[in-house]
Design a protein around this ligand. Structure first.
Ligand code: IVH
Length: 705
């Protein structure tokens, strides 16, 4: 989409415009450039997942554009990045007819089915060997988009295949879908393209965590999440769900009058390439073209093994005849095209029996029922217990003790109960009774009207909650105290050696050294990690405190506002709501936390123990000098330990990646570097630097010596 020269040019212009924006001296002269630059950064972020600027910098430019457009409304264009946002609610989604019916796909489940498909395809086409294009089968909700004269005209759901719902406003909230694209460069006047809207596994998990935290309903799986999201009548909510779209098929094209068929429209792989060039997320990098079916089979089987490592769900591969002319010749049934077939991966489902339910108490007092099932292998993983979330969920799924249940595991997503089989009951089943008192401390449980969960409010005396809070405090995204995970916390708590969070910093190490299962070395490491955690930046401490509804992002927003933690005592609920992304519920919870005697005492004790309450480098929290950049280390470093170097990258907003690829920005080379260096030399875009250069980049003021 953007070649090196264009990328460099746009990045240089970005820096110029950022300076102008910061000084508030931007004019309408920069309007088009500003839009181009924002589109460029949207592409870097949402399409190729390789941003070049910090989120805050993008926001600065976006706000500058909004400001100019507000002053000069006549100059707003429908494909301006500001025009994704829609205010108000959608009444109804009008019905629209697809230009070409949206068919389904025929399915295959093994190599034999594919051989069969190939045999028929050769017969139908009259060819002795066929060229195939193979790509992932995305597991989301299908959509159809029409672009006319380079502008996104309409987006629709599949519906019954002939008519769907017009969801254009919601489609505009998906930032990897360009609002305009230069189809005219291919002499295309109008085009209908098909694709799939997905919610990534990470986003899905984060969304559900938040829902659970808020006492709201969880979404069942990423596929339902995507389908449901597209039908929401509040576009702002759609935008918040961070949906993604893969576009994989061109279903209809009208060329400009007199234009000749462009080369790209002769093969399926050509259309994917064209879509990619135009800034769409097509499966350009995942697709492969093969002659004959044998390599197709091999690729499908290989890809199945990668399935768990992908950031989104796929449920198989799609094999398509590559030449579009041959596709036309082969035609379709009323149900599916004859030129394509889905290769379905093995289902990750299993049936088992629900033998018991355990009620667990979380750090905020929420009671979670966990079903015990007879261990069952679900796609290679043994599942023996499974969260059944809350009372409403148990009712909806009609679960009883002794029931046969269907279990599904989708990717990295935690196993779920799909349903029970009431028809298999024999009369020995018993209802699941929710406790009325906390299973750990015996306190009476409460439930507010707007929540699905029961809670134990005895937060300061309920042992389960105290232990869970300590575990959260130590966890990777919080204070990151390595070697001090949940098993050790539980053990030290049971032995009476650790009573609360401040107790982490006054542990009797001499006693611990003598305990069974604690080696001298591991205790020393743990002690060092605890000591080092005192210097963790403020946003981590804020997150570690476990304030309800305050996740990592909110912690960063808060930390960026203050110079010292105690300043938050002075914020009213209204002040808090003025901050980015903080609604009444979150604001209320923060206010309460900082106006509770016991919490203030906790803070005083932590401060006295030497934890970092000041914000030394405000901007580190949301993005330092490495924001959006990826790093990898190879060979022996001399000034830093590997872990320290990696921590430095993360503190500065960068990311560590596992291997050399075109996604890597910097390879930091120490002594005796090996194959990674050789590989990196072959990739033009990877910058190779030494330890000193790295230190210089990380902290220019202190790198010397
Ligand atoms: S091609 C005319 N390619 O799978 C055939 N479909 O189970 C057009 N799907 O309805 C479909 N990934 O929603 C095609 N790479 C891919 C796909 C894909 C997912 C969906 C699509 C289709 C369903 C059939």
């Amino acid at each position: 989409m953007y070649n090196n020269e264009q990328t460099q040019h746009l990045q240089e212009e970005t820096i110029v415009l950022l300076q102008q924006a910061q000084h508030g001296n931007m004019t309408t002269n920069s309007l088009e450039l500003l839009r181009d630059i924002l589109r460029f950064h949207e592409y870097r972020y949402y399409v190729i997942s390789n941003p070049l600027i910090a989120d805050g910098e993008y926001d600065t430019l976006y706000k500058a554009l909004e400001k100019i457009e507000q002053e000069y409304p006549d100059m707003v264009t429908p494909d301006s990045p500001t025009q994704r946002v829609a205010r108000g609610l959608i009444k109804d989604f009008p019905k629209v007819q697809h230009l070409v019916p949206m068919l389904s796909l025929d399915n295959s489940y093994n190599a034999e089915d594919l051989l069969d498909f190939d045999r028929k395809a050769r017969e139908l086409s009259g060819l002795s060997e066929i060229e195939y294009c193979v790509e992932p089968k995305f597991d989301g909700a299908s959509i159809s988009l029409i672009y006319e004269n380079d502008m996104l005209l309409r987006g629709a759901t599949r519906g019954d295949g002939v008519t769907g719902d017009d969801i254009t406003i919601n489609i505009r909230q998906i930032r990897s879908v360009p609002l305009s694209a230069r189809f005219s460069g291919y002499h295309i006047q109008q085009i209908e393209i098909r694709g799939e809207v997905l919610m990534s596994k990470d986003n899905f998990a984060a969304y559900n965590d938040m829902q659970e935290e808020m006492g709201l309903e969880r979404l069942a799986n990423p596929r339902n999440a995507a389908a449901g999201s597209l039908r929401i009548k509040d576009p702002k909510e759609v935008s918040r769900r961070n949906l993604e779209a893969f576009l994989y098929n061109v279903s209809d094209v009208t060329l400009q009058t007199g234009a000749e068929q462009p080369e790209s429209l002769k093969t399926h792989s050509g259309t994917l390439q064209m879509l990619w060039e135009l800034g769409f997320r097509s499966p350009q990098q995942e697709k492969r073209v093969f002659r004959g079916i044998q390599d197709v089979i091999r690729y499908c089987e290989e890809f199945e093994m990668q399935r768990d490592h992908l950031p989104y769900e796929i449920d198989g591969m799609v094999v398509k005849v590559n030449q579009l002319e041959i596709q036309d010749r082969m035609g379709m049934t009323s149900h599916h095209p004859r030129w394509a077939i889905a290769f379905k991966f093995k289902a990750r489902q299993g049936t088992s029996r629900l033998t018991g339910v355990e009620f667990q108490v979380g750090r905020t007092g929420a009671i979670t029922p966990v079903a015990k099932i007879e261990p069952v292998n679900v796609g290679g993983v043994t599942v023996g217990s499974i969260s059944i979330h809350n009372e409403d969920y148990i009712r909806e799924k009609n679960l009883q003790l002794g029931d046969t249940v269907l279990i599904e595991r989708s990717g990295d997503v935690i196993p779920q109960v799909v349903k029970s089989f009431p028809e298999l009951r024999n009369g020995t089943e018993r209802p699941i009774i929710f406790p009325v008192t906390c299973p750990v401390c015996g306190h009476l449980l409460v439930k507010t009207e707007d929540e699905a969960v029961w809670r134990c409010n005895n937060s300061n005396n309920c042992e389960a909650q105290i232990v869970e809070r300590i575990i959260h405090f130590n966890s990777k995204d919080a204070m990151d105290i390595r070697g001090f995970g949940d098993a050790i916390v539980r053990k030290l708590y049971t032995l009476g050696l650790l009573k609360d969070i401040p107790g982490i910093y006054t542990l009797p190490f001499d006693t611990i050294k003598g305990l069974e299962g604690f080696g001298t070395r591991s205790v020393a490491n743990m002690q060092a990690a605890i000591e080092a955690s005192k210097k963790q930046p403020l946003y981590r401490l804020l997150y570690a405190l476990g304030i309800r509804f305050v996740g990592e992002n909110t912690s960063k927003v808060l930390a960026n506002r203050i110079s010292n933690l105690y300043e938050l005592k002075g914020y009213s609920v209204e002040n808090l709501q003025e901050l980015e992304d903080i609604g009444p519920k979150v604001a209320g919870s923060i206010y309460q936390f900082f106006h509770n005697e016991q919490n203030l005492e906790l803070l005083m004790r932590l401060e006295a123990l030497g934890l970092q309450f000041n914000n030394t480098k405000k901007d580190l929290a949301t993005g330092g000098n490495f924001t959006g950049q990826t790093f990898l280390f190879t060979g022996t470093l001399h000034k830093l330990k590997r872990t320290e170097a990696e921590a430095l990258v993360e503190q500065n907003g960068g990311k560590i990646v596992g291997s050399v690829s075109s996604k890597l920005n910097y390879l930091v080379v120490g002594e005796d570097a090996g194959s990674k260096l050789e590989k990196a030399k072959k990739i033009e875009t990877v910058k190779i630097i030494n330890e000193n250069e790295f230190l210089q980049m990380a902290d220019p003021a202190h790198a010397a010596g």
